[in-house]
Design a protein around this ligand. Structure first.
Ligand code: ATP
Ligand code: MG
Length: 254
């Protein structure tokens, strides 16, 4: 069975998609068979690994609604060991269409069961909300990885996220764990970055990944080329950081 990691934070623009793409690619580069799941109607993870959203026929929307099997919507990526379940803007409709379904929270978990044995890791990119899509991700996942941007108000909303995780643990997925908090967009020349990082480590100490993701322009350029950063510029600090994160996760062994 794959280890399923949901990358979640309801705050927008904190580095969820950048982390989902580049963690998944780095795990794949370490020859771990990995599946990236795009669960955000913005579909940035799909375009970020080179898919043309215009040409996709079946997506995570169809998998959630039971209209397509996960195995039928898998797409290849530029990396051999990495595949993706892609999304398009259609996914926005799933939140509404599923609202009256009795098993609405477990749709993703059920969809992934069919293919879970084919992978070592499944990394889910969540949208910036705590709505039904994120609830599906947290219900399907073994653990949640929370990216936090090193800026003022970084921890704003975190208590709401932790409350949601506890609720899911109680009602839908007792196995769910907080895998860790990942500090993103760290700027070592900026005092604020250091202050925020220290404060978060004080609060969450052993729950914070040793790896810190630096602010790095290559990370923001890579998606417009449809490539994970390690294929765009392997020598960049961003590529090194995500390879180090993958190593940390692999060596944790779960
Ligand atoms: P949303 O909540 O909208 O889904 P998100 O949490 O997925 O956003 P990203 O899309 O990963 O966040 O990142 C937001 C923006 O910041 C993007 O333009 C991305 O390229 C840029 N970015 C992310 N991480 C870094 C980094 N470490 N260095 C520089 N730019 C970054
Ligand atoms: Mg995103």
């Amino acid at each position: 069975m794959a280890q399923i990691i949901a990358v979640a934070n309801q705050k927008g623009g904190v580095g969820k998609t950048t982390t989902a793409i580049n963690l998944a690619a780095s795990l794949a580069a370490a020859e771990q068979r990995t599946l990236l799941v795009d669960l955000d109607p913005q579909a940035n993870a799909s375009s970020g690994v080179g898919l043309d959203r215009e040409t996709l026929e079946s997506t995570t929307y169809h998998a959630l609604l039971g209209e397509a099997k996960a195995s039928a919507i898998l797409c290849n990526t530029p990396l051999d060991c990495l595949q993706i379940l892609p999304a398009t803007a259609d996914l926005i409709g799933a939140e509404i269409e599923l609202v009256s379904e009795p098993d609405r929270e477990t749709r993703l978990r059920s969809a992934l069961q069919e293919i879970s044995n084919d992978y070592k890791y499944i990394v889910i990119d969540c949208p910036p909300s705590l709505g039904l899509l994120t609830i599906n991700a947290l219900t399907a996942a073994d653990s949640v990885l929370v990216p936090l941007q090193c800026e003022y108000y970084a921890m704003e909303g975190l208590s709401q996220l932790i409350k949601t995780i506890r609720l899911i643990q109680r009602q839908l997925n007792p196995e769910l764990t907080l895998r860790g908090i990942l500090l993103t967009m760290f700027d070592r020349r900026n005092n604020l970055s250091h202050q925020v990082s220290e404060e978060i480590r004080r609060h969450f100490n052993n729950r914070v990944f040793d790896t810190v993701i630096p602010r790095n322009v290559r990370l923001s350029e890579a998606p417009s080329h449809g490539l994970p950063v390690l294929l765009y510029d392997i020598a960049s600090t961003g590529a090194a950081a995500y390879l180090s994160l993958a190593k940390e996760i692999i060596s944790a062994g779960n």
